[in-house]
Design a protein around this ligand. Structure first.
Ligand SMILES: Cc1cc2nc3c(=O)[nH]c(=O)nc-3n(C[C@H](O)[C@H](O)[C@H](O)COP(=O)(O)OP(=O)(O)OC[C@H]3O[C@@H](n4cnc5c(N)ncnc54)[C@H](O)[C@@H]3O)c2cc1C
Length: 306
């Protein structure tokens, strides 16, 4: 119930305009967001690198209104990549297609993704986030059209969607890198699994399928993106069974969520990439983080009480 309310709030424009102005709300976000500026994110990327963890950057924002806004997002990401490269960071990018203009036109968005791929160093991937299910077909189509068999454009797939096994099948053979997540949006039961246990089971089944496809070189790098210890351990077990080399797959977790677990896995020799989100348009993203674990509201309440 609380989860659904928080996910509803994440799409509410009035709340998105008003709540971020409140000081206590801003303070509460610091746990998951290092700051609003690129420099804040890069400073944390340096800190993570010192702890043995590479990073992925994502600038918060979605559903722009005009192509000019999407062009500005592209310019920002070009600058972010150039700065990260100059600093010698192992940092990748993850972008939302609606931030790059998908609500306006597919071709313009594809051109922007193409332009971003051109500034990515050969050994680093560009990732497409997966948004709500009304965008899945277009995200899949764009991944295939722009990424082709190049293996440098990765896609995020959501275990809670009933269609995901079919999407994996459609990608097999293309060397596409795949990041598996549980899924963060409010979806109807006709398209998504609703029971958490069913989502966990689907995640485990998909992890095996993806890692097996990776072992046979039918997909690119596999990223197991979760904070769920049982699923993290299961992925390591399957990768061990398949004798996958350590650079064939990796874990990814969100900045500020279970940092102790991130460090434990990195210290144990696993590749753990931390996704750092930053920027001023954090409201919908932050609401989705609260929805994942409503106990986080206690932390917000503590900020409210000073
Ligand atoms: C690198 C990365 C990229 C992602 N990209 C996308 C994307 O493109 N599209 C998309 O739909 N979703 C994305 N997600 C979000 C994902 O779908 C889940 O909503 C999110 O990861 C929480 O699910 P979980 O797998 O950690 O499992 P859960 O069952 O939600 O959590 C497992 C445990 O992790 C801890 N935990 C999880 N979330 C929180 C939190 N917010 N605060 C505190 N503790 C927490 C708790 O201890 C919890 O018991 C991404 C997640 C990661 C890690």
């Amino acid at each position: 119930m609380l989860r659904r309310a928080l996910l509803w709030a994440s799409r509410n424009e009035v709340l998105a305009r008003r709540l971020p102005r409140l000081g206590f709300v801003q303070r509460a976000t610091r746990r998951f967001l290092p700051g609003e500026e690129l420099g804040d994110a890069l400073a944390e990327a340096h800190r993570m690198a010192e702890q043995g963890m590479p990073t992925t950057l994502t600038r918060l924002g979605e559903n722009v209104d005009t192509p000019a806004q999407a062009d500005a997002v592209l310019d920002h990401y070009r600058e972010a990549m150039a700065t990260a490269q100059e600093a010698g960071l192992d940092t990748e990018l993850s972008v939302k297609l609606t931030h790059l203009g998908l609500d306006q036109d597919l071709d313009g968005t594809a051109n922007r993704v193409h332009a971003l791929l051109e500034v990515m160093p050969d050994n680093q991937l560009l990732w497409l986030d997966m948004e709500d299910s009304s965008y899945t077909d277009r995200t899949m189509a764009l991944t295939r059209d722009v990424g082709g068999d190049g293996g440098r454009l990765g896609i995020c797939l959501q275990a809670y969607l009933r269609r995901t096994e079919g999407d994996v099948a459609a990608l097999e053979g293309t060397r596409t890198p795949v990041r598996l997540v549980k899924g963060a949006y409010r979806e109807s039961s006709s398209v998504a699994l609703v029971e958490p246990q069913a989502v966990d089971r689907a995640f485990a089944v998909l992890t095996r399928r993806l890692l097996e496809a990776r072992a046979e070189e039918r997909l690119g790098r596999i990223v197991v993106a979760t904070h769920d210890t049982a699923l993290l351990d299961e992925a390591a077990r399957i990768a061990g069974e398949l004798e996958l080399p350590s650079d064939a797959w990796e874990y990814a977790m969100l900045y500020g969520i279970r940092p102790d677990e991130q460090q434990r896995l990195a210290d144990a020799g696993h590749r753990v990439r931390v996704l750092i989100a930053y920027g001023s348009e954090w409201f919908p993203w932050y609401m989705r983080r609260l929805a994942e674990r409503p106990a986080n509201l206690v932390f917000v309440a503590r900020q409210l009480l000073g």
